[in-house]
Design a protein around this ligand. Sequence first.
Ligand code: SAH
Length: 364
Amino acid sequence: MTTDSKTNLFDLDCKEIETFFLDLGSKAFHGRNVFKWIHKHGVTDFDAMTDISKRLREQLLQVAELNLPQLIFEQPALDGTRKWLIELKDGQRIETVYIPDGGRSTICVSSQVGCALDCSFCSTAQQGFNRNLSVSEIIGQVWIATRELGESPSNIVMMGMGEPLANFDAVVTAMNIMQDDLAYMVSKYRVTISTSGIVPALEKLKALSDVSLAVSLHAPDNALRDQLVPINQKYPLEMLIPACREFVRGDKRRKVTWEYVMLDGVNDSLQHAKALIRLLEGTPSKVNLIPFNPFPGTQYRVSPEERVEAFRMRLKRSGIVATTRKTRGEDIDAACGQLVGKVRDRSRRELRRPEAENLKVNIR
Ligand code: SAH
């Protein structure tokens, strides 16, 4: 976001910073250096950029700023997962989750304040929607994570609050910065966008960003998916599946990861598994079964473990790679579908989660 007439350089990718510097009458490589200072070295003060001349630094102070969202609380879970509550300039709050796994780390990044999609089993949806995040607010979560961890995360998943493809431009720019060698250097196979299936945006994405694709499928037929993931009424399976197949075409290493939340008695029978196998035929696929994370007021129940396992084995028998997602950070509501932040002026106001004030650890 830009305040006054100053440009926040955290909103720009490397090319855009180069252009900004050329427009100032400076050189592109100075722009590249500043990009590297802010993302790779974490420097947010122009005066600390020692290879930038004093004159240029003074000029930058007039026209540019380095604004990041602020980490205000950290909540640690018993399993090492950490949930970060991050405050934006306008007082909105979002959540980012850090999930350690052996020597590797995954950051789960938010793309919007709340979410407009209204999936019936997701507690973010209950919050309503306020606004899109800017590039600086998205990449700011990665910046914060990198500083907290002392290194770039090994994996970044756009699986936090919001529908990333509904905030297309900012998410594409941020994902490109994540992969940039002068910034976080995360491999294109280790940056994942998770979408409920906004088909036209998905069709556009491939040309602009080479990332891994996860799709919130949750049902093998339109009738059921219409209820669980209402965007399906607009972009039904016969549009979604070919678009996903097209997205991974041309790279043998790529498969679509289908996310499938297991809801007791709703979508978890062997008939559902068989229908799913038929649906995915011809598409390089991996299925990720997600145990349902309940939240107050939900109508759904958790599938029994044996049923999840039977479902997984059925998929496996037909040659589909299927894994069950380990639930992480459950005790602090950091698991899938539990991120709520603090959405101000949301359309639905009932409060379902402890507010930030009740979080346990105040680190700032
Ligand atoms: N809007 C994007 C990003 C969210 S990713 C998307 O729909 O893909 C978070 C994943 O967790 C999605 O697959 C989502 O459907 C799933 N999820 C949401 N609520 C959940 C819950 N209560 N339990 C388990 N998984 C849930």
